[in-house]
Design a protein around this ligand. Structure first.
Ligand SMILES: Cc1cc2nc3c(=O)[nH]c(=O)nc-3n(C[C@H](O)[C@H](O)[C@H](O)COP(=O)(O)O)c2cc1C
Length: 362
């Protein structure tokens, strides 16, 4: 038996499985190459990556495999430069943590707070990946047409039916239905993110019913049983993020991997305190204390620049207190293996789950 849906033909992959793009260093060239070689769609989370580094990372993958890959970007208007005086409250809120980690007193952050999206997309056009996906907002129809003219397939994240219909009307090739369980930032852009928390099961089914293009389900899917479940809902594929974080090739700090592997229940919460935008991760000291103090924060992604040294230093020191350990609600189902092993395991488990379901017929 073979695991195949029309999405595989669209993306050019052997399997209807997407290794989720994860910005911030998790999706290393080694991870993307290993997932792609094993038959999934390997994806780079390039939200915070400058064009030259994108080129270098993609070349590193292309040296290992010519399997299709996906480049993913955040679509987000840059906040206007925030005056140093206006940053005082947010800086004071994290200064004690800087001190605890032996870092110098934090200084006001300076714009630009993220790479220029147009420059990133221009580089993506040069690279010509098989697939390009975007997150946190829409891309104009003309941009999508340019990408299509280069033979690049496109997909966007939706967290409600209205977002899926809007993306379909703009001309994307597929929709990523991102349920409330999902780890990291969710792509809500037409609604209040705290009100667009529909779970993967309900969201996938509603979007499948609403649009004509393929739907990929994301959020809380960690194994083949989860993949079979979303295929039963009519999704043509599954995008898994948290499941790939503990993989050998992932760039997540070891303490993030260990914390996922040690999880026994859902201890994730949604916080804006790391980046200025709601994102789901394992609860820790920083999240708890920042919430309790109701400290002010900078707009996304400036708050991420302010918390960056804390996160990096905490990760390197093996200290879980100040690190953003993004994770979906099914984190306790995390497993330790290589990305290739994970993809092959997911394939076998999905086929087994489908067989188990078929055996229920009388
Ligand atoms: C560490 C981490 C970083 C993420 N970064 C991105 C990103 O850069 N772009 C994106 O489209 N989605 C990102 N996501 C969301 C994933 O694409 C996906 O929707 C999510 O991981 C699915 O839920 P799961 O973690 O339960 O598998 C991220 C998720 C995690 C856990």
């Amino acid at each position: 038996m073979k695991l195949h849906t029309p999405l595989c033909d669209l993306l050019g992959t052997r399997l209807p499985i997407i290794q989720a793009p994860m910005a911030g260093g998790t999706t290393t060239p080694a991870l993307v190459a290993a997932a792609a070689k094993a038959g999934a769609l390997g994806s780079f989370g390039f939200a915070y990556t400058q064009p030259e580094a994108m080129q270098r990372d993609v070349e590193a993958v292309r040296a290992l495999t010519d399997a299709p890959i996906n480049l993913n970007f955040f679509v987000n208007a840059q906040p206007a430069p925030i005056a140093p005086e206006a940053q005082r409250g947010a800086i004071d809120a994290v200064a004690g943590y800087y001190q605890a980690l032996g870092l110098p007193t934090p200084a006001p952050v300076r714009a630009p707070y993220a790479p220029d999206l147009n420059a990133q997309l221009a580089m993506a056009e040069d690279i010509r990946p098989a697939v390009l996906t975007f997150h946190l907002n829409d891309l104009p129809a003309e941009k999508l047409q340019r990408l299509h003219a280069l033979g690049i397939k496109t997909g966007g994240s939706a967290t409600c039916v209205a977002e899926a219909l809007h993306l379909e009307a703009l001309g994307v090739d597929f929709i990523i239905a991102q349920g409330g369980e999902a780890g990291g930032h969710r792509g809500t852009y037409l609604r209040d993110p705290y009100e667009a928390m529909t779970g993967t099961l309900a969201l996938t089914r509603m979007i499948v019913r609403a649009v004509k293009i393929p739907v990929v389900a994301a959020g809380g899917i960690m194994d083949g049983a989860g993949i079979a479940a979303v295929l039963a809902l009519g999704a043509q594929g599954a995008q898994l993020g948290t499941a790939f974080i503990p993989c050998t090739e992932s760039g997540a700090p070891p303490i993030h991997k260990q914390s996922l592997l040690a999880a026994r229940d859902d201890t994730t919460v949604i916080t804006e305190k790391f980046t200025g935008k709601p994102a789901r991760g394992l609860v820790n000291r920083y999240i708890r204390e920042m919430k309790a103090s109701d400290a002010p924060q900078l707009a996304f992604p400036a708050q991420g620049v302010l918390s960056g040294p804390l996160r990096a230093t905490s990760g390197k020191a093996g200290n879980a207190d100040y690190l953003a350990m993004w994770a979906g609600q099914a984190a306790p189902l995390s497993r330790e293996m290589s990305a290739a092993q994970l993809v092959i395991t997911l394939e076998h488990e999905t086929l087994e789950a489908l067989e188990r379901l078929a055996a229920l017929r009388r």
